[in-house]
Ligand binder design. Structure first.
Ligand code: SIN
Length: 283
């Protein structure tokens, strides 16, 4: 059993995030230890647990402590034994060799997980089973800080407005495989407010993403320009944290007030195997 008094929470220098030391997520967490992690999560938005050695079942069990897990509509990414795990891997299981292309180009653009469905995500938990020596950092943008610093003219344009989030649209723009008819039927485009209030912290944040295909009530060109302007603002370096992966890092982040994206790596020479679980927001 982990002990609450052995946990150390070390804030990451810069925008946000904390590293959690002195805990082994493969072992059971008592309620006090879990509550400490939950408080740190609310405060820091992103937690990195270094050097974790987790089986798939242990990752699922840890993730379930935070709520119901998503089984992703893109079944081609589901782990064969653990459907709650979304596998982002450039290693071909048949040959055990890198495939030479990014396994999920849809993750390379700024987004917030599950913004394309009515029930969005609270936390994402990403475990680096194999991580490359170079590249493939994951970047995170603090959308509450970005909203607080939003110029008045832009603030007026987003307040009270909704945007249409469409997974197939963002995948086609990112050069990823298009969704099948069945997948499109299961995950049709959905409207969400562009400014949301966090259920736990009460802070407002921008809710934008490359999943957005249109802003309600605006002509297409105006919608595109406004989104580009908001993206440019929200991803300024002062709002962004870049996570350099070490093998066996487990990183969890709050999707409600953040966006994230993966970055490139040498997909022909290096191996990257990531297991992702996503917690659904409470209804
Ligand atoms: C994701 O977009 O959820 C995954 C990010 C990554 O692979 O770095």
């Amino acid at each position: 059993m982990n002990r609450t008094d052995e946990i150390e929470i070390v804030a990451i220098d810069g925008a946000f995030g904390a590293e959690i030391r002195g805990v082994e997520l493969a072992r059971p967490l008592d309620d006090a230890t879990f509550a400490k992690i939950e408080r740190a999560f609310a405060e820091h938005l992103l937690l990195c647990f270094p050097d974790q050695h987790l089986s798939e079942a242990q990752q699922v069990a840890f993730s379930r402590r935070f709520g119901e897990l998503q089984v992703h509509v893109l079944q081609e990414y589901r782990h064969p034994q653990f459907p709650e795990i979304y596998v982002i891997s450039n290693v071909d299981p048949a040959t055990d060799r890198p495939i030479g292309r990014h396994p999920d180009p849809g993750t390379l653009v700024w987004h917030s997980d599950l913004s394309f469905q009515r029930r969005t995500a609270s936390a994402t938990i990403l475990y680096g089973r194999e991580t490359p020596m170079q590249g493939a950092d994951t970047q995170y943008a603090d959308m509450a800080a970005a909203y607080a610093a939003l110029p008045d003219n832009l603030r007026r344009k987003v307040e009270g407005r909704r945007a249409l989030h469409d997974l197939d649209y963002s995948r086609s723009r990112a050069g990823a495989a298009r969704m099948t008819e069945d997948q499109r039927r299961a995950a049709p485009p959905v409207l969400h407010p562009m400014v949301r209030r966090h259920k736990v912290t009460g802070r407002e944040s921008l809710y934008i993403s490359h999943h957005i295909s249109a802003i309600e009530g605006l002509p297409a060109a105006e919608s595109r320009d406004l989104l580009a302007e908001l993206m440019e603002h929200a991803t300024r370096p002062r709002f962004v944290l870049s996570h350099r992966w070490r093998q066996h890092d487990l990183v969890m982040w709050d999707n409600r007030p953040t966006m994230h994206r993966a970055t490139a790596f040498d997909t022909g020479a290096e191996r990257r195997v990531m297991h992702r679980t996503v917690v659904l927001d409470s209804i």
